[in-house]
Design a protein around this ligand. Structure first.
Ligand code: SF4
Ligand code: SF4
Length: 365
């Protein structure tokens, strides 16, 4: 398992995390077995936006003895007063629900306490006015919550909340369908969505990824909006390539599914190449580098995807990205303008011109 270090909190997060959406359905015995195996194979990050309260007891049973070695995202706004998941902005319900989750998990702290599922600006106003944010911040002050998170599907709302609150982790729905205007949570333009990734990276906010397969839609040629099935590995790589992303959180409900997903770490570059989506890039994505490196090999050995990522981040105000760029062994100044990348890029990026632009920008700052 590979781990990514959260730039602000220092937590080492497994690239593959564990989503528990419908996990409770597997029951206590099988659930314990799956979670234990996940932990033993290196998964240390678990999201608890789950559809039933039964999940918490299964997680406690499986991982109570290793609590200090795992990281839990708990959602302030998920209501389990009727056992099944409900969404609430009511302070008393949030308090009761968080209490019951802590009791069921038999833990006295939460690694990432999340401002839960804010998709409308009006929800955010109510969340603050009802005192839910205040309660979350109180728990942070007292040490029950270590870090603050935010989950949302809506770039506009995310921008507002990041302006208002000191957030350490964002859970966002990232996959090629949503980024290209396809599917239930395809909210925001290509630029608005990539603006979120860049802002998070620039402000040291980690991103955990929900719905990496668009609810399974992308894995089947009949349901894929692109008319071709992607593999889970292509989807995971796509999400993990985005600036700011620390971890993908696929929902897991069996040992075989878990083992299949963990095999991501053994896939070849070819198997992870998701450039096929370039054929379907909408107009507002055309000509924009997605850092996939499908255009490799560059004859002078440039890491074209990485150079482009640093450039985009630098323009978004990320000072560290400029530093990273300057430490590269080879950068845009080494480009010989051969045009190989132009002919290879499925996203219609005129990369040889872009290299000139990157060079000029980086030399000007
Ligand atoms: S130029 Fe095209 S192929 Fe190369 S990294 Fe960017 S998007 Fe991928
Ligand atoms: S144009 Fe520049 S970046 Fe592209 S392949 Fe040639 S040398 Fe590499």
């Amino acid at each position: 398992m590979r781990y990514r270090t959260h730039p602000k909190t220092g937590d080492k997060v497994s690239e593959i995390g564990f989503g528990t959406a419908y996990f409770y359905e597997v029951g206590m015995k099988e659930g314990t077995r799956i979670l234990r195996r996940a932990f033993e194979r290196g998964i240390n990050y678990f999201d608890l936006a789950t559809s039933d309260i039964a999940t918490f007891a299964i997680l406690r049973e499986a991982l109570h003895d290793v609590r200090k070695d795992i990281l839990l995202q708990v959602h302030f706004g998920a209501d389990y007063s009727r056992d099944a998941y409900g969404w609430t902005l009511d302070l008393e319900k949030v308090k009761r629900s968080v209490d019951v989750q802590l009791r069921k998990l038999q833990t006295d702290y939460i690694d990432y306490g999340f401002i839960h599922c804010q998709d409308e600006l009006s929800d955010w106003d109510i969340y603050k006015n009802n005192g839910v944010l205040g309660y979350l911040m109180e728990l942070k002050k007292s040490g029950v919550v270590r870090h603050i998170g935010l989950s949302s599907h809506t770039p506009e709302v995310i921008q507002k909340i990041l302006d208002d609150a000191d957030v350490d982790m964002l859970m966002f729905s990232i996959n090629p369908a949503y980024d290209y205007h396809e599917g239930a949570y395809a909210i925001g333009s290509v630029d608005e969505r990539s603006g979120i990734y860049r802002r998070c990276e620039a402000e040291n906010i980690g991103i955990t990824v929900m719905k990496p397969f668009s609810g399974g839609q992308l894995l089947n040629a009949h349901s894929s909006p692109f008319g071709v099935a992607l593999t889970p590995y292509q989807c995971m790589k796509y999400a993990l390539d985005k600036p700011g992303v620390l971890c993908v959180l696929p929902g897991i409900r069996s040992v075989s599914e878990l083992d299949m997903l963990l095999d991501y770490e053994n896939q070849s570059e070819k198997a992870l190449d998701y450039s096929v989506i370039g054929d379907f890039a909408p107009q507002d994505a055309s000509g924009k580098c997605v850092y996939c490196n499908h255009c490799k090999p560059c004859p002078v050995g440039l890491d074209i995807g990485l150079i482009n990522k640093y450039y985009d981040l630098a323009k978004a105000g990320d000072v560290l990205a400029v530093e990273h760029y300057k430490t590269l062994e080879k950068n845009a100044a080494d480009c010989i303008g051969c045009g190989h990348c132009d002919s290879r890029c499925p996203f219609k990026v005129e990369q040889s011109d872009r290299m000139k632009e990157i060079r000029a920008y980086m030399e000007s700052i």
